[in-house]
Design a protein around this ligand. Structure first.
Ligand code: ATP
Length: 766
């Protein structure tokens, strides 16, 4: 636990005055830069017209200045928060962005927290001071300095007894005990050494960050995204960074952190968003989602489902061709199907082979009929006649329709919907009837990896699209050639007499370059383009609550990240999804064998020691070998449990909510309930407590929020009330993990309301 040591000193008024003067100068510089960017932005917005290429460049410059302005606005609070003094160097001020002096030398006035020069601010200790003699934390409100805390790292001057595992104790304590607001805050002022290691680890390879509740995994993941975009800017602004979170409520909770870290090139998404055009939000039983997430079950089943769409008639089919009945024998279609399957191409792409092969055989059939030599010689039809027969067959709508029926063009949504709503198709694909769903049911997150897999199996036959694009380009080049000829033709004849060479457009640009210049360039950010493109490959992928992803979901993610440059943060003791992972090996072995790194975070910054004692008992019941992370502080409030009569539950809960809201005012209260009670208790709470939030995506800015444990993943509240823990445990085979998640959402206070006997794992509260 944090205890102040002699190495932390308070500073004199003179120090405060001189730091205030420096701070004021920094803000002046920020204002100046802001004005410049604003002026440039306005000038660009006034410009109009020009060539498409000019407009594209203008758009790029506009978004550059707009982004710069947004960055500068987002650092208005807490612009500068630290200072490092060295024995043999000028002091360095550390802040949320970097600022340089206006003079010719461009001396650094403020160092971005992500720069290498800022690193000692997070790592230097009394034992390993890295040349730092003093680390100073600047406390500010708006542009006013409200105080400074100094840590003397020079062993000579300090007592050398400062804690080695906690840096910036005062600033850290004040951040940790602050009331929660319903939105996550950045931690740039107080990043701890073990977290810094993760944030700044290199871009390449797969990194797994395992840590118990409250160890800052989410915070670290977000700061890592900001660090990577800063350090590998060129590479990552082109390809983008994906941050995958467990649900939309969670994404809203973390949404403010990145802009305030001054980053915008990131796509925040849930698994349900990963198939463009689908927002998969429907809910289904965990057992069904688990089946859908099972790689060994689903991969062959989806292949079967696609193969089942490549049909043949029992005996033969008959169509009308050219006024005669044309018999399409089963064997013809079987041969065509085998030829198409043998290509190993995706269904829609292999279709061309199926059609060509079938038409070839049918044309032979026709040739045999009409070209047979009555004298028994060779067939009388020439190669040209055969080609003409094939062309006629190909253009015959009835033949086309028949072949389409036997090998249709398919979309992933169509195949999956047909599969999940038809008991016969499910059985034929080798899937259990439990997957059967209603026609009207929406897509669930677990459907998304299946859609993605089907998209791979089906492929897109883009021959027509490519042909059309090349036709358009050819036409554009022809047009450009015409334009350039006119330019050449209208050159003043007088020039022909001039000896020295005068260049005209045609001398400096050929038609295809001319077309290229006038092609409209896509000005969307990488994140925007990535969101619309299923096959987008990200420069880096960060997965939060990574333990919850199913093997099918991992397969989808790995496809988006062939470089395997990824960071997975999670806690295998908190896994609640039945298809989630309980070891990291399980996840990474199939994709990178042993080539992944594991880093463990060991300090819990959220949950006070009193609550962690309760959580520790639950963890021991999950797995006696697991140890909870060490709390960095205690809150001085003892968790409690109270038994109430089932019929009085709502009333008692409402009274407790009021009491807790008063105790943590203006902080947040989270009420975590079993799914069965969510709507009934929610309705009573909302009726009784103004501003309480419930529902599928409750607004966390409300002071009281009632939700299930599933919804509360990754979130935190100043006070947590857990209702009917026995039911939470009984609701799922991973019920104990759910209870562990529930109690560890508390930053200060924990209360339990139970209607039955208190579960054994909570007996310390009895
Ligand atoms: N270095 C730090 N300085 C200040 N606050 C911190 C620090 N590290 C973590 N925190 C705070 O601790 C709380 C828990 O962090 P976070 O939500 O990232 O943990 P987590 O490991 O993702 O937790 P869980 O697995 O339980 O969801 C947050 O409020 C976060 O801001």
């Amino acid at each position: 636990m944090i205890a102040r040591k002699g190495a932390i000193l308070s500073s004199s008024n003179a120090d405060v005055d001189s730091e205030q003067a420096y701070l004021t100068a920094l803000y002046q510089r920020l204002d100046q830069l802001r004005e410049q960017a604003d002026g440039r932005l306005k000038a660009i917005l006034l410009e109009a017209g020009g060539t498409p290429q000019g407009r594209t460049q203008r758009e790029a410059t506009r978004s550059h200045y707009a982004e710069q302005l947004a960055q500068m606005n987002s650092v208005e609070n807490g612009l500068c928060f630290g200072r490092l003094d060295f024995s043999a160097d000028v002091p360095r001020y550390i802040g949320r962005i970097g600022l340089f002096a206006e003079d010719r030398d461009q001396d650094p006035l403020l160092i971005d927290w992500r720069a290498a020069a800022a690193r000692p601010f997070y790592l230097a200790t009394a034992v390993s001071p890295e040349g730092v003699t003093r680390r100073r934390h600047l406390r500010t409100r708006g542009r006013v300095l409200t105080g400074v805390d100094d840590e003397v790292l020079d062993i000579e001057s300090g007592d050398g007894t400062g804690r080695e595992d906690v840096t910036g104790e005062a600033a850290l304590l004040s951040a940790l005990t602050a009331n929660r607001t319903g939105r996550m805050r950045d931690i740039v002022e107080t990043i701890q050494a073990e977290q810094d290691e993760v944030i700044r680890s290199g871009l390449a390879g797969a990194l797994v960050v395992q840590g118990g509740p409250g160890t800052g995994k989410t915070a670290v993941a977000l700061h890592r995204a900001a660090y990577l975009l800063y350090t590998y800017r060129q590479q990552l602004t082109r390809s983008g960074v994906l941050i995958l979170g467990p649900n939309t409520t969670f994404l809203r909770y973390i949404s403010q952190v990145l802009p305030s870290l001054a980053e915008t090139g990131v796509l925040l998404a849930t698994l349900g968003d990963m198939f463009p055009g689908v927002r998969a939000r429907a809910v289904e039983p965990g057992a069904v989602a688990a089946l859908k997430g099972d790689l060994e079950l689903m991969l062959p089943a989806l292949e079967n489902a696609v193969a089942d769409r490549q049909t043949v008639p029992d005996d033969f089919a008959e169509v009308d061709h050219d006024g005669y009945p044309l018999r399409i024998d089963r064997t013809v279609l079987e041969d065509a199907r085998s030829a198409a399957r043998r290509t190993g191409r995706p269904h829609n792409v292999a279709r061309a082979v199926f059609v060509t092969e079938a038409i070839h055989q049918l044309s032979q059939q026709i040739a045999d009929r009409i070209g047979a030599d009555p004298l028994g010689g060779d067939n009388l039809l020439s190669e040209a006649d055969l080609a003409e027969t094939r062309r006629e067959l190909r253009e015959d709508v009835d033949v086309q329709q028949a072949l389409f029926d036997f090998w249709p063009v398919l979309t992933p949504r169509q195949v999956l919907r047909d599969l999940l709503t038809d008991a016969g198709r499910l059985e034929s694909a080798g899937l259990p009837p439990a997957l059967l769903r209603d026609e009207s049911a929406g897509w669930t997150p677990a459907d998304v990896p299946l859609l993605d897999e089907l998209a791979e199996l089906l492929g897109v036959d883009d021959t027509l699209k490519v042909r059309e694009q090349s036709r358009q380009r050819k036409a554009a080049i022809e047009y450009a050639e015409g334009v350039l000829e006119i330019v050449e033709g209208s050159r003043s004849l007088d020039f022909e007499d001039v000896e020295e060479e005068i260049l005209s457009a045609i001398d400096v640009v050929d038609a295809s370059a001319f077309v290229e210049r006038h092609e409209v360039i896509d000005t969307r950010t990488a994140a925007e383009r990535a969101a619309a493109d299923r096959t987008w490959v990200f420069g880096h992928v960060i997965v939060d609550e990574a333990q919850e992803l199913s093997p099918m979901a991992w397969r989808l993610l790995m496809r988006r990240c062939p470089s395997r440059s990824m960071t997975a943060v999670g806690d295998v003791a908190q896994t609640s999804e039945l298809s989630g992972s309980t070891t990291w090996d399980q996840v990474f072995e199939p994709y990178v064998a042993q080539r992944w790194r594991l880093v463990e975070l060991s300090v819990n910054y959220r949950t006070p020691a009193e609550v962690m004692t309760v959580a520790g008992d639950i963890l021991a019941a999950i797995d006696p070998a697991l140890r909870p992370p060490r709390s960095v502080r205690s809150a001085g409030v003892t968790p409690w449990a109270r038994r109430v009569a089932p019929e009085g539950l709502a009333e008692e809960l409402i009274a407790d909510v009021r009491k807790e809201a008063g105790a943590v005012e203006p902080g947040r209260v989270g009420v975590l309930v079993p799914a069965r009670l969510e709507s009934s208790l929610g309705a009573e709470l909302v009726a009784a407590v103004p501003g309480a939030a419930v529902g599928e995506q409750p607004d966390l800015l409300n002071h009281v929020v009632l939700m299930t444990v599933q919804q509360a993943k990754g979130l935190e509240f100043d006070s947590v009330l857990v209702v009917c823990p026995d039911e939470i445990i009984a609701e799922s085979p991973r019920g104990l993990s759910d209870l562990y998640v529930a109690v560890t959402r508390a930053t200060q206070r924990l209360g339990i309301l139970h209607t039955g006997p208190l579960p054994g794992v909570l007996s310390s509260l009895g």
